[in-house]
Write a protein that binds this ligand. Structure first.
Ligand SMILES: *Cc1c(COP(=O)(O)O)cnc(C)c1O
Length: 416
């Protein structure tokens, strides 16, 4: 464990004891695919897991190992694995730890592609229940004898719902269920899912973790809290040694090695550099989001603001208790008669783009883009208003951002 307590000190200095050859202070980028050994016996030991080492870059390189060590420090976990994208990381967990006939409970408020992935799992014979996880009672109500995993996100996008993180963690612990928490929107800086008893933490590194919108990556961290000797789906060949490590071994072998959603060393390097400023960027983006949410909340042309930092948010108190700050995603509904596209086009500082966690502020209307395919009825059922705009707040100077939105709204004319 690190001798430093602060978040940034820990992640910046995570590899100080490593001693890279020739003394670089950044982990070097190893682009070799195979790794050679002095003797056949050495290679055999690596293959058989008797010695640590690298054999083939689909499973690991010293550069991806270094990023994994940073993640483990950031989340206070037992160990981590990195993948080509956040979706590859989630797929890795589901396809290596679940099997046909199992049951998964997931929050109804999920990233769209994660939701879509769950429908694929159903084709493989895995039952999925989607529930309003803002209350643990709804999660409890759908438990089955074959339930294995409970999957939630910290702050949902675009509605910013905060699920009942701590109560679900307690319930999973009592029922020996694996608790998988997608920490992407909070990042390890704002929230440590281990504090609510998560078993596995997923982070999309493409978002705040790297932060610059220039590279994709994903990660799974095992918090060390789950006793995998209780879990029925661990293959016999991985039921060896410390039971706490069985899941990571199985995910590494069955998903990373066999399915191959591998992060390149080049990408791992970029992510490690980006992550060094995670806390600085998050502080700034969260302050900006708070300032903007406060202004929008008071504006006569805005019907509703969705931001956990506002005291009117249904889970404001929980968010305040669990998260260091309230995140940098905010959504709002324009009042009827005002056009979302006209507003966004009038605000110079905003870029019309999907994605989140960039240094730039990105925004888009929801009904006509991400939720267009759904149609108006399903949108209404999912709580997506026809007038909703989602903003991923960047690190611009607060005045430029707030004034930009204020001016755009003040000059916005009714179109209907
Ligand atoms: C973006 C995102 C993902 C997927 O991550 P990628 O790296 O884009 O594959 C998963 N969960 C959440 C909450 C996200 O925002």
């Amino acid at each position: 464990m690190s001798k430093w307590q602060g978040f940034t000190s820990k992640i910046i200095h995570h590899d100080r004891q490593q001693g890279y050859a020739d003394g670089p202070i950044h982990a070097p980028v190893y682009n070799s695919v195979p790794y050679g050994y002095a003797t056949t016996k050495d290679l055999e030991d690596v293959f058989q897991g008797n010695k640590t080492g690298h054999a083939y870059a689909r499973q690991s390189t010293p550069t991806t190992d270094s990023l994994q060590s940073m993640l483990t420090q950031a989340e206070g976990g037992l160990g981590s694995l990195v993948f080509a994208t956040g979706m590859a990381a989630l797929s890795a967990v589901f396809f290596s730890l679940l099997k046909s006939g199992d049951h998964l409970i997931a929050s109804r408020f999920l990233f769209g592609n994660s939701h879509s992935l769950l429908t694929t799992l159903e084709n493989f014979g895995i039952e999925v229940s989607l529930v309003d996880a803002t209350s643990v009672a709804n999660v409890r109500a759908v438990q089955q004898e074959n339930t294995r995993i409970v999957f939630v996100e910290t702050i949902a996008n675009p509605g910013t719902q905060v699920v009942d993180l701590a109560a679900i963690g307690d319930w999973c612990e009592q029922n020996k269920l694996v608790y998988l928490v997608d920490n992407t929107l909070t990042s390890p800086y704002l929230f440590n899912p281990k504090s609510v008893k998560a078993s596995l933490i997923m982070n999309s590194l493409s978002k705040y973790f790297c932060g610059h919108g220039t590279v994709l990556g994903g990660a799974i961290t095992d918090t060390g809290l789950y006793d995998w000797s209780q879990y029925p789906n661990i293959f016999d060949s991985y039921r060896k040694g410390d039971a706490k490590k069985w899941a990571l071994t199985q995910i590494k072998k069955k998903a990373l090695r066999d399915m191959g959603g591998t992060l390149s060393s080049d990408a791992a390097f970029q992510i490690s550099v980006g992550a060094e400023t995670m806390a600085l960027r998050m502080d700034r983006a969260c302050s900006n989001a708070f300032a903007l949410a406060t202004m929008l909340n008071a504006h006569e042309k805005v019907a509703q603001v969705y931001y956990p930092g506002l005291s009117s948010h249904p889970q404001h108190q929980k968010a305040e208790k669990w998260f260091k700050r309230f995140g940098a995603i905010l959504s709002f509904d324009l009042k009827p008669g005002y056009d979302c596209a006209t507003l966004l086009d009038s605000i110079d500082i905003v870029i019309n783009a999907t994605h989140l966690g960039d240094n730039r502020t990105l925004a888009l209307p929801m009904a006509s883009t991400i939720f267009y395919e759904m149609g108006p009825q399903n949108r209404a059922a999912a709580g997506i208003s026809e007038q909703m705009i989602r903003c991923s707040i960047g690190i611009e100077d607060a005045d430029d951002l707030v004034n930009g939105f204020q001016h755009g709204l003040d000059t916005l004319a009714k179109t209907l």
